[in-house]
Ligand binder design. Structure first.
Ligand SMILES: Cc1cc2nc3c(=O)[nH]c(=O)nc-3n(C[C@H](O)[C@H](O)[C@H](O)COP(=O)(O)O)c2cc1C
Length: 169
């Protein structure tokens, strides 16, 4: 089985997961690890990852998801507002909408990923302007919680996740 890992990462969180996946699949037939600028490499299993931008994967990843037909696809992502399975499920529903039904979806994995400091500054400004709005305080807490992610546990979890999938396929 030829395996390709294709990922999009702006600040390194999703890349850290991609690298952990690559490391754990070192004895497999891994034929690609990157983001293709032209043709999508030919493989049997595609392990596709993206950071979350406005509730979706990035455009380049969306184009790849849309282009794949009759393949096996496993998806991994990082999200700043993460930390709960319901949110991740909702994000994955969006991802799934870009995947053609001829493909077999092998599963998905998400964990939280730290966000740039400007986002916290923006939340703090909003809280300052609306001190009674508890949602801004919650957003700041979520931001702070994301700062340590992806951590060792996340990396171990993504390795376990992909190993189980590859063992079955
Ligand atoms: C412009 C922008 C938009 C974002 N939109 C979302 C979002 O809609 N939902 C979410 O959970 N996280 C969002 N995030 C957080 C990132 O998805 C998160 O920090 C991710 O781990 C970044 O991954 P990377 O380091 O691989 O680029 C956003 C971050 C930025 C900078």
């Amino acid at each position: 089985m030829k395996i390709a890992i294709i990922y999009s990462s702006k600040t390194g969180n999703t890349k850290a997961l991609a690298k952990a996946i690559k490391e754990t699949l070192k004895n497999q037939n891994l034929i690609y690890f990157n983001m293709p600028s032209e043709k999508i490499p030919m493989a049997d299993i595609y392990i596709i990852g993206s950071w979350t931008f406005k509730g979706s994967p990035t455009d380049d990843i969306i184009q790849i998801l849309k282009a794949l037909k009759n393949k096996k696809i496993a998806y991994f992502g990082t999200a700043g507002y993460g930390g709960n399975p319901t949110y991740y499920q909702k994000l994955f529903e969006r991802v799934k909408s870009y995947i053609d039904s001829s493909n077999e979806i092998l599963g998905y994995f998400y964990c939280q990923g730290k966000m740039p400091n400007q986002i916290k500054t923006k939340y703090e400004q909003m809280l300052k302007e609306n001190p009674s709005e508890t949602k801004y305080k919650k957003m700041i807490d979520t931001f702070d919680n994301a700062l340590s992610h992806p951590n060792e546990k996340d990396l171990n979890n993504v390795k376990k996740w992909i190993n189980q999938i590859i063992d079955k396929n």
